[in-house]
Design a protein around this ligand. Structure first.
Ligand SMILES: Cc1cc2nc3c(=O)[nH]c(=O)nc-3n(C[C@H](O)[C@H](O)[C@H](O)COP(=O)(O)O)c2cc1C
Length: 246
């Protein structure tokens, strides 16, 4: 995989191409019946997985659903939204709050350089295993929080993620970035998406037989936009209410 690590200069890119991809991405609620080629889907999955993520612990999973019967079950769980019922495929994007340990140790195996710096080895074999561990029922998280409160009086300290809920937020952050990479990748390939959080979580978890720590961050409907697939012109609130210069 090209990662430009060995290039002296970063490759030339085009802001205009990027702008076209970002501005032409809309949440598309109706899709045509044109299928999405498998190689496009595979490429978008690869690009999603290149998203930045916390400590490279990659707390995400992607379920590519093309099977008609499962799609219709999922569409029903998505409350019958057009974006789900007309999609060519559905991709539930799932955050995992309990894969940090396995993936921390995996970093030791997957390190891509000849030698692993000691600090990296210590990080993935010790520090991360302690830092991300909420302990039974969040007990270790609570203890770490108390220690952090004390130590934090004198100096800056990391403030979590401590408990089980904070680990869920932690996993969702990185997973949402992968979701955005994926939506932009589909757009760059000429396809469209709609991210959906309007679904019955319990039913979706059951349909996909997800483990307890799974959080379905979004379900993407994917396809080619139908002529009436975008419901209205895009708008955002005035930027000066949201952008602060300090
Ligand atoms: C986390 C998330 C959940 C969303 N859930 C839904 C949904 O369930 N159904 C839907 O039609 N759109 C959903 N959307 C799309 C938003 O309504 C849409 O992004 C927003 O109105 C801005 O429009 P745009 O995406 O076309 O720029 C969701 C978007 C995000 C990021």
């Amino acid at each position: 995989m090209t990662d430009y690590r060995d290039e002296a200069v970063a490759p030339a890119t085009s802001i205009e191409e990027f702008r076209k991809i970002v501005t032409s991405r809309r949440s598309v609620r109706r899709f045509t019946d044109e299928p999405v080629p498998e190689d496009v889907v595979e490429d978008c999955l690869d690009l999603a997985m290149l998203a930045p993520n916390s400590s490279n612990l990659q707390p995400w999973e992607f379920y590519v659903v093309r099977e008609k019967q499962v799609m219709s079950q999922l569409a029903e769980a998505c409350l019958g939204q057009n974006a789900a019922t007309t999609a060519q495929l559905l991709i539930p994007i799932v955050a995992r709050s309990n894969t940090w340990k396995k993936n921390s140790l995996r970093n030791l195996d997957y390190w891509p350089e000849e030698t692993m710096p000691k600090i990296i080895k210590t990080y993935y074999s010790k520090i991360a295993l302690f830092h991300y561990n909420p302990g039974p029922l969040g007990s270790l998280g609570m203890a770490k929080k108390a220690m952090g409160l004390l130590a934090g009086l004198a100096r800056p300290v990391p403030r979590g993620p401590y408990g089980i809920n904070e680990m869920r937020t932690w996993a969702v952050k990185s997973t949402a970035l992968a979701a955005q990479n994926m939506m932009l990748a589909f757009r760059a390939h000429g396809y469209d998406t709609c991210p959906m959080e309007g679904f019955d979580e319990r039913r979706v978890n059951k349909i996909l037989a997800l483990p307890n720590d799974a959080i379905v961050t979004m379900i993407l409907g994917v396809g080619k936009r139908a002529p009436d697939g975008i419901y209205h012109r895009r708008y955002r609130f005035p930027r000066d209410e949201f952008v602060h210069y300090i």
